[in-house]
Design a protein around this ligand. Structure first.
Ligand code: FNR
Length: 381
């Protein structure tokens, strides 16, 4: 299959990865309206073409939290990446390092922090969920620090998990899931061989290390559901601050008032995100939420944005709407599922080329030049 875009990687992943894992990544919550609007609201934003301005020195590099990035992109935290390719977290982290962007390790990764961090020289970013078991959170922060992680991404939009109907249909959850997963993995022998599904059972590395026994896919969903903490408030962030002195980014902000609270709290960054349409279906797409948030806090805090970004043009759109950088979720998961780390590298190359074209044809040589001027205000046409 010829691959020329992240959408091609989606098709390729659909062929290679068994349905229960493909739909786990591809799906969203409830009727998936927000999931769809994340993508369509972004592609509806018209870029403003400008010409004849000598664009021979287009440069996509930025600096973020003291790190150099080859483009304003970081790989978002994604749980169970090791189910998309063998040691998927390591492969994706190495691909990100090669292409000069940060990789964020999820709390619920297959490979533990201690396995991923030494596999690359670039410091990892580490993502933490709010869990009732504060002992786990403290332990995870200490381990992240010991492993040299640079930036903490604290995800706050999962005080309780959203209902994902596709997971119930696919065999990821629901009745007979074990039987359906085994059957699906037999129909996808290359995937099963690669991720080792018929060998050692897959376990969630970070959690298993903490509880001292192997926690598999089922146990972990049970463990998380029991452990997600709806009582979370800004006070808990103060508590986390005691254990983390590096940059702290709050992920899952969708409202300007919450963004202002993040500034008051003293966070270094926020991620404008609806968790890729996986939590509350019906909330605004990130692209529509971002401008008001940027109006409220731009310059006071670093603004990252994710949800719905499928190509380099979308990155330029998010920057124009007010983001300093973007996070990529599904775009790299599909590439990892289709071609492993090499796929993630290629996907990042594709994004960079697309960004360069968009910057050239909107006449923006540097990322810092990109503003709302790069967009056509359709309401005025
Ligand atoms: C996620 N996301 C996520 N976020 C997080 O903070 N911790 C996690 O463990 C996960 N796990 C996860 C698994 C899968 C399969 C997906 C697709 C997403 C959300 C992720 O970080 C990001 O916010 C979205 O993926 C961004 O939207 P797009 O780019 O996928 O549309």
């Amino acid at each position: 299959m010829i691959i020329s875009s992240a959408n091609d990687y989606r098709k390729a992943a659909k062929r290679r990865v068994p349905p229960f894992m493909f739909h786990y990544a591809d799906g969203g919550s409830y009727a998936e309206h927000t999931l769809q609007r994340n993508v369509s609201d972004l592609s509806d934003i018209a870029l403003r073409q400008r010409v004849l301005k000598d664009m021979s020195n287009v440069n996509t590099e930025i600096e973020l939290f003291g790190e150099k990035l080859s483009m304003p992109v970081a790989l978002a935290p994604v749980g169970a990446l090791g189910m998309y390719a063998r040691r998927g977290e390591v492969q994706a982290a190495q691909a990100a390092e090669k292409k000069g962007v940060p990789f964020t390790l999820s709390t619920v990764s297959i490979c533990p922090i201690e396995e991923v961090a030494p596999a690359i020289k670039r410091p990892l970013w580490f993502q933490l969920y709010v869990l009732k078991d504060r002992g786990f959170m403290k332990n995870a922060l200490e381990r992240a620090k010991a492993a040299g992680c640079s930036t903490l991404v604290f995800t706050v939009d999962m005080p309780t998990p959203g209902a994902r109907y596709r997971d119930m249909h696919s065999g990821m959850s629901g009745p007979y899931k074990e039987i359906r997963r085994v059957l699906q993995s037999m129909i996808h022998p290359f995937w099963a061989w690669d991720v080792g599904i018929h060998g050692k059972p897959h376990t969630l590395g970070n959690i298993s290390k903490y509880v001292g026994k192997e926690i598999g896919l089922d146990d972990y969903i049970g463990w998380l559901t029991e452990n997600f903490d709806p009582s979370i408030s800004w006070k808990d962030l103060e508590w986390i601050r005691e254990f983390w002195d590096g940059p702290m980014v709050i992920k899952g902000i969708l409202d300007p008032e919450d963004a202002k609270d993040a500034v008051r709290f003293g966070a270094d960054g926020i991620v404008v995100s609806n968790h890729g349409g996986r939590q509350l279906d019906g909330v605004l797409s990130s692209a529509r939420a971002l401008p008001a948030i940027a109006d409220a806090v731009k310059g006071d805090i670093k603004i990252l944005a994710d949800s719905g970004i499928r190509n380099g043009l979308d990155v330029v759109r998010m920057i124009a709407l007010g983001a300093d950088a973007c996070m990529l979720g599904r775009s790299f998961v599909y590439a990892l599922g289709a071609e492993g780390g090499a796929g993630v590298e290629n996907m990042l190359d594709i994004f960079k080329k697309e960004m360069r074209v968009a910057m050239t044809l909107t006449s923006n040589e540097k990322i810092s030049n990109i503003s709302r001027d790069a967009l056509v205000d359709l309401s005025k046409l």
